[in-house]
Write a protein that binds this ligand. Structure first.
Ligand code: LCS
Length: 394
């Protein structure tokens, strides 16, 4: 059976697993840096692409390829390339697709380092960029320049939870001769398939929902076409930000339960978000599953669920947020998200500190914004923990 014809849950468990000589049910860890050739001609042929077979783990490894084929299948892409980290994926995309003199338009509230890498480093090589609120497509259109080659959106964005119309952004990009990249980390392929909506490339910080167990850092880029897949892979091989086979094996193990984890975490979040919204000490809550979210209707159209990420601010602002974060007991006070455990973090002083206050405020990342990644624990315990932490605020 071709797993590409199978349902999403079946593909999570089976897609990409190669048959080996022992009938291994999961892909083993091929912990080897290099692969021997039977003779010199075979070595030359593999390098020339004239013979199948592995060469060297930076170029490809069976454990890593098994994960790549699984993720490519989940995102309905031509191919996927796994990276050492989500930032490895971002770097590879920028370097593969942008040259000196090119321009990129991006979501203003993207993950801080995705923006920092562009504004502080790619700019040194003559790559221009404009960051706008892409949830309003008029901003996206207005930011286009004759040299715009890439539109890079994060939807939902970290941590503003801003949502961009992916199909419309793809039309705008393609009418301009540009490509559309979507950072799909916050949604996961279970809830959103950007390639089906018209995007050309999708990236994930695998560290989050795809792995889901907070025990590795990783990234992946999925390309819609063979040409783009080759371009990404060729760049990755040169950059050397490849995923290690042991890392890939752990991710493959975590990925099998993606749908179960995401659905359970969302079930919890659908209770936590309204509870927070009704709490007298809470100023506002941004959760895409709440009717109060400005793009709630768009999310219903382009996603199949609302996920488990919440941003909120307390009435006492930053000081109240600090007290609450200092008093959570069940939830971890840590950056990262999308794992089985509930985590809280403070973007203004942590993940988005390097952006600078002015850019943060323009992107909707207020000083008092607290980010909550809801886990799969018993929801009564998550709410009780938040309740006692909020009770500490005078
Ligand atoms: N894209 C998004 C949307 C992210 O949230 C992150 C990491 C990355 C890319 C980069 O991935 P990494 O290299 O860390 O695997 N976000 C983090 C966060 O919000 N807290 O800690 C990391």
């Amino acid at each position: 059976m071709s797993h590409d014809q199978a349902g999403f849950n079946t593909r999570l468990v089976h897609a990409g697993i190669p048959k080996d000589a022992y009938g291994s049910v999961v892909t083993p860890i091929y912990q080897t840096s290099t692969f021997a050739f039977r003779n010199a001609q075979e070595g030359a042929d593999r390098f020339a692409g004239a013979a199948d077979g592995y060469i060297y783990t930076r170029i490809g490894n069976p454990t890593t390829v098994a994960l790549e084929e699984n993720v490519a299948s989940l995102e309905n892409g031509f191919g996927a390339t796994a990276m050492a980290s989500g930032m490895g994926a971002v770097t590879t995309i920028y370097l593969a697709l942008l040259s000196s003199g090119d321009h990129m338009v991006s979501t203003d509230s993207v993950y801080g380092p995705s923006r920092g890498l562009m504004e502080k480093h790619m700019s040194r090589f003559g790559v221009e960029s404009t960051y706008v609120d892409t949830s309003d497509l008029a901003n996206l259109r207005a930011a286009l320049r004759p040299n715009t080659k890439l539109i890079y959106i994060e939807s939902p964005s970290n941590p503003a939870m801003s949502v961009t119309d992916i199909a419309a952004a793809a039309e705008i990009a393609h009418a301009h001769g540009a490509l559309l990249v979507v950072d799909n980390t916050f949604a996961s392929p279970h809830l959103q398939k950007p390639l089906d909506l018209g995007a050309d490339l999708v990236l994930h910080s695998v560290t989050k929902f795809i792995n889901g167990h907070a025990d590795i850092v990783g990234g992946v880029v999925v390309s819609k076409t063979e040409a783009l897949h080759k371009q990404i892979r060729a760049m990755l091989v040169n950059i050397g930000a490849n995923m290690d086979p042991h890392q890939a094996w752990l991710v493959s193990r975590g990925l099998k339960t993606l749908a179960l984890r995401v659905e359970r975490a969302e079930e919890n979040t659908r209770k936590v978000a309204p509870w927070l919204e009704a709490h007298p000490k809470v100023a506002w809550v941004r959760y895409i599953g709440l009717p109060s979210h400005p793009q709630h209707e768009l999310c219903k159209r382009q996603m199949t669920g609302f996920g488990s990420m919440i941003s909120f601010e307390l009435k006492g602002g930053m000081e109240a947020g600090r007290i609450a974060m200092d008093h959570v007991k069940l939830a971890g006070l840590a950056v990262s998200l999308g794992g089985v455990e509930t985590l809280v973090s403070h973007p203004a002083s942590m993940t988005h500190a390097s952006m600078g206050r002015e850019a943060r405020l323009a992107a909707g990342i207020t000083d008092g914004l607290v980010r909550l990644s809801v886990g799969i624990e018993d929801v009564e315990d998550i709410i009780a923990d938040l309740d006692q932490a909020l009770a500490q605020i005078p």
